[in-house]
Structures are given as C-alpha cells and as structure tokens.
Design a binder for this molecule. Structure first.
Ligand code: PLP
Length: 442
C-alpha cells in the first residue's frame, strides 16, 4: 500500500499557517498528497511515489505537464524582460486576441482575465447590463466558479435536493457561506437537458442569462441530449436572454472552438480558461460585439467595469499563445489522438466493468471520461445522484492510487487524457482497473 508520511507531515505543518493546509479547499482530499514535480502524463509526490495523472489539475493540462513549447514561450518573455507590464499595454494581448478570433470564427472579440470565476462573473455582468434584467438560470450540478451568483446547486445530496423538479426550479442551495440573502431570489437552478424548465423560468422572471457548460463536466460528464443546445439557442432568441456557454473546462480541450463548435450552436458569450494556457492562470471572455463593446460603452450607466492588475500578464499570455498555436498547428493530430486514446480507454473500461460484474457505464467526450456506477448514462444531476453508487467509485479511485494511477479522490470527478498520454499509458491504466476490480471479486 502506498504511504504518504512526508505529505502528511507537510500538510500538518502547513495547517498551522493555512486553514486546512491547502490554498484551494477543493484540493483537500483523502489521502492528502503533496506533489513535487510533473512531466508529460506523470507526477511525483514528496514521498517519491509516482502517478499517471488523469486529473490534469481539474483540467488545464491538455498538452501534458511541463510542455517544452509552452516553457520556451514563457522563458522567452521573462528573459527578454517582457514580463514587466501593467504600466501600459503589450503586443501580446493583441496577438492572443487575433489568434483566438482566428481559430474560433464565431467570436467577434475577446477580453483577458486570470481565472474562470472572473470570466463567468463578467459574463453575467455583461448580460445584466445588456438586458437591464437581474435574474439568471443555471443548471443544477453546474459549476461556474466561486462567486455569489453561481456558488450554489452543485453536487447537492438527494436528501437536500428533494424530489425531481419538472418545468420548475430547485431552491437556491448555496455551496458557500457569506452569500447575501437577496441572491437566492435572482438565481434559478433547473435540471440540465430540461428546456421546459428554462421556458418556465422565462415566463416567471425577467431572465438576463442562462449560463451553462454545453456539456456538463463538473459532475463527471453529462452530454446534452439531441436538440437541447439548439433549444436553448431558440429560447434565448425568443425571450431575449443572453446565452452563456461556460467552456472553461471544455474550450480547447474538445476542439479549438470548444464543445460549441462540435455542437454547432453559437452562444452569445463564451468563457474559456484552464486548457487555454496549459496550466497557466489565464481566462478569456468572448463573444458578440454588441455585448463585448459594453466594456467600452460611451454610456457610463451601462458600461461594464473591466479592471484587473494582472489581466493579460505577459507570462500566462505567452503560455496561452504557445498552447493555442500548438493545438492549432497540430489540430488534426492532437484531437485524433484524444479520440483514439479516449475510445481505447472507454472500450477497455466497459469490458472490464462488465466482466467483473459491475453495473456501470462510461461517459466520454474525446479525452474526457467518467465511470458511473449505475445502469444508464445520466441525464442530469438528479438522475445521477438518484442512481449512482459513489462508494464503488471511491473504492476504485482509492485502490488505483496504490497502482500509480491518479483519478482524483472524489466520486464522479471526470478524468482527462493529455497529448502526452500514450497507448501504453492507457493499457497500464486498464491493467490497474482490472486488478482492482478482480481483487474485489476474491
Ligand atoms: N467554470 C467551469 C466549468 C469550471 O470547471 C471552473 C473551475 O473548475 C470554473 C468555471 C472556475 O474557474 P477557476 O477555478 O479558474 O476560477
């Protein structure tokens, strides 16, 4: 069994100065592991254990860890003294804007921020400024960052969620303390894949925006049903709300234009983060000109404030440019690699799960996949939480750690392949899964 004595000692020392010992409480999982370095598809911890990484730090490492092209771009900016900024603008911002609008043709313009949460925050502000309305809709089970509008209705237990809502909303169920009471009036959570509920909200409230991932990826991986995204587009046009696709996790991972481009449904605004800079902190808000131009509206009453000391910092901006260029220049090869490896993983997992008598399904889109211990692919969070067995998922994840395979230690968390994973890595993983699930039978 893998041991973590140094990790445990470091975390307990850190806890003296940092509440919980970690700087993002989502990372506080059991066992606590302190990582030292990573290369390609592999990571090493302070105890010398190594892991084949499927977590990708919640998604960003699309090219793999420590990518040499991204490193070179970052080092060049630092060595040339171009990481000094903030007194004015830099050429890099324009280069990034041009590049993104080039590879994602439905975008008119972009703005650059640091994190996905900032980008979803600004997207909602633009929507409210544009429509003069305050209410928003989000899917139950959707994560869009930590701010007040969206820190609610995520992995709600069934006992709290209650019976399934049809053509209706769930109560506002905050995932954080400190959210002003008034917010519960403005945010309406409905089932993913449920157009009827969206329309019902539009009839009841003046809706400024519907924000959703086009493919729900914070509760594993839930596909939109045929017609769902097109239906959202039609409802946005009918009721005049802003359709925001949160592609923080899916942008540049499933395709250059994210899942929207595969689905061929164009949102009004889109936000990117994570994979866009292969692990460097950068996010982008982009979309239609009439919305983006509100950042510079001549009318001060609805001009949306865009400020941020570190927006467009040259180091992450250089990383983003290098990442997008690498994805664009190797577009066919990389996304085909994801599909080939992803399909190999899915077929292998399904075979092993069946042969070992598990009632389970594998959801997948390209490089991202998730095993659910239930008999069908879930339609939405209510379906998932009503049918999935998280204990089996927990055991699999825990036992894989002892076989050097790192699925994040939380049930229903999706796994991600990177361009650095190989067929041999996938086969190594399948052998690990086979050995864990066979051992359970004995
Ligand atoms: N939106 C989605 C879909 C995410 O998955 C995340 C983070 O996991 C965010 C927004 C928030 O991004 P960040 O953690 O960079 O603030």
């Amino acid at each position: 069994m893998t041991l973590y004595p140094k990790s445990q000692a470091i975390l307990s020392e850190n806890s003296r100065f940092i509440p919980g010992g970690v700087v993002s409480t989502n990372r506080a999982v059991d066992p606590p592991i302190v990582f030292r370095r990573a290369e390609g598809a592999w990571m090493w911890d302070v105890d010398g254990n190594r892991y084949l990484d499927y977590h990708a730090a919640f998604g960003p490492y699309v090219l793999g860890h420590n990518d040499r092209h991204v490193n070179a771009a970052v080092l060049r900016v630092i060595e040339e003294g171009r990481s000094l900024f903030g007194s004015g603008t830099t050429e890099l911002e324009g280069e990034l804007g041009r590049l993104i609008c080039d590879v994602v043709p439905f975008l008119d313009s972009i703005q650059v921020l640091n994190t996905g949460s900032e980008a979803t925050y600004q997207a909602l502000r633009l929507a409210r400024a544009a429509t003069g309305r305050d209410h928003i809709i989000k899917p139950q089970g959707g994560y869009h960052g930590w701010h007040n509008d969206v820190a609610c209705n995520l992995m709600t237990p069934l006992s709290t969620l209650g019976p399934r809502r049809n053509a209706d909303e769930y109560p506002f169920l905050p995932i954080s303390g400190g959210i002003p009471a008034g917010h519960s009036e403005l945010v309406h959570a409905v089932n993913f894949n449920d157009l009827e509920s969206v329309e019902a909200m539009c009839r009841k409230y003046p809706i400024a925006a519907f924000i959703t991932e086009p493919i729900l990826q914070n509760v594993g991986l839930i596909h939109p049903q045929p017609g769902y995204l097109e239906g959202l587009r039609a409802l946005a046009d009918k009721y005049g709300f802003v359709l925001i696709f949160d592609e923080v996790k899916t942008g540049f991972r499933h395709a250059l234009g994210g899942f929207s481009s595969l689905a061929k449904v164009t949102p009004d605004l889109v936000v990117y983060g994570k994979a866009i800079a292969n692990g460097y902190p950068l996010a982008v808000i982009a979309g239609k000109k009439y919305l983006m131009d509100l950042f510079v509206s001549p009318d001060a009453s609805n001009r949306v404030l865009l400020a941020g000391t570190y927006n467009g910092h040259p180091v992450p901006t250089a990383a983003a440019i290098a990442t997008i260029k690498r994805l664009a220049e190797n577009n066919a090869a990389i996304y085909t690699h994801f599909e080939t490896l992803g399909a190999r993983m899915q077929t292998g997992l399904e075979k092993i799960l069946k042969e070992t008598g598990n009632r389970a399904v594998v959801a997948r889109q390209g490089s991202a996949f998730c095993t659910y211990f239930m008999d069908h692919l879930p339609l939405d969070w209510h379906d998932l939480i009503s049918n999935n067995d998280p204990e089996q998922d927990n055991h699999l994840r825990r036992d894989l750690l002892d076989r050097s395979i790192y699925f994040f230690q939380l049930p229903m968390k999706q796994c991600s392949l990177s361009a650095a994973h190989t067929e041999a890595d996938v086969d190594f993983t399948l052998e690990g899964v086979q050995s864990v699930l066979s051992a359970k039978l004995q």
